[in-house]
Design a protein around this ligand. Structure first.
Ligand code: C5P
Length: 239
């Protein structure tokens, strides 16, 4: 199975508050993008790699150009949304892979074994595979409280989801290349903002999406707290 890996690294990183695009932010002596690239390369699953960087970001393009990748590696300009960045990388990866893994650069410490696990499920015949972990929190849905209750609190609980059924999903998410391209072609320009991963597009198309074990190390670096945790993990300390 010829596997191509897309790394989406075109986010602004505003929530991290570092004043740099997130993929450029340093973590344990290298950038977030370099950590993500090492994870992909160390897994050995990729036959080629395409990175979506913020349009006009020469620093991240330079990192891609200099990265010692054993397989073809190129960068493309990302788009205004994550999905648009995926579409641009799909158009730019080349080499006609049979399957595509889409990975968030922000999940910089994802262990190579997770890439291999997703790759094995694809090789075993799955057309859509997502790494996931159990949810530890109790999750409730919220609704606005009625006007006469607003003085107490603006929201009230509208329900509690059965935690045993919940999974927090991560990346890399793996797909049959043709099915992923078709789902993205249909979604271009019409998808709602609530589309936050690629698997959602395949679920909407009626595809079976399979779950494999993810990892606590695949945390998505979003806030300054996440960066502290990631630094601690790299230093070999328990956060
Ligand atoms: O914004 P969010 O945290 O969901 O981003 C997840 C991943 O998608 C990040 O790695 C980010 O760089 C990437 N992204 C992108 N293009 C965008 C927005 C996000 O490549 N326009």
């Amino acid at each position: 199975l010829k596997l191509g890996v897309i790394i989406v690294a075109a986010g602004s990183g505003q929530r991290l508050g570092y004043g740099l695009p997130k993929a450029q932010v340093p973590l344990g002596g290298r950038t977030i993008l370099e950590h993500a690239l090492h994870g992909v390369v160390d897994s050995g699953v990729a036959e080629r790699i395409c990175v979506a960087v913020p349009a006009g970001d020469t620093a991240l393009r330079r990192i891609c150009a200099r990265f010692p990748s054993p397989v073809p590696l190129n960068a493309v300009d990302g788009g205004a949304t994550r999905s648009e960045s995926v579409r641009r990388a799909l158009a730019g990866i080349g080499g006609q892979p049979d399957a595509i893994l889409v990975h968030d650069a922000a999940r910089a410490l994802t262990p190579p074994e997770v890439f291999r696990r997703v790759g094995r499920a694809l090789a075993g015949g799955a057309r859509a595979v997502v790494p996931a972990v159990a949810v530890v929190d109790t999750i409730k849905t919220a609704a606005p409280s009625s006007p006469d209750q607003q003085g107490i609190a603006p929201e009230k609980v509208s329900g509690t989801v059965d935690r045993a059924l919940l999974r927090a999903v991560q990346t890399p998410q793996g797909f049959d290349a043709a099915i992923l391209a078709e789902a993205h072609r249909k979604a271009a320009g019409v998808e709602p903002e609530s589309v936050t991963d690629d698997a959602m597009l395949l679920e909407a198309a009626g595809e079976d999406v399979f779950l494999v074990q993810g990892s606590a190390l695949s945390l998505k670096i979003t806030t300054q707290l996440d960066l502290v945790v990631a630094e601690a993990l790299l230093a070999g300390r328990q956060p």
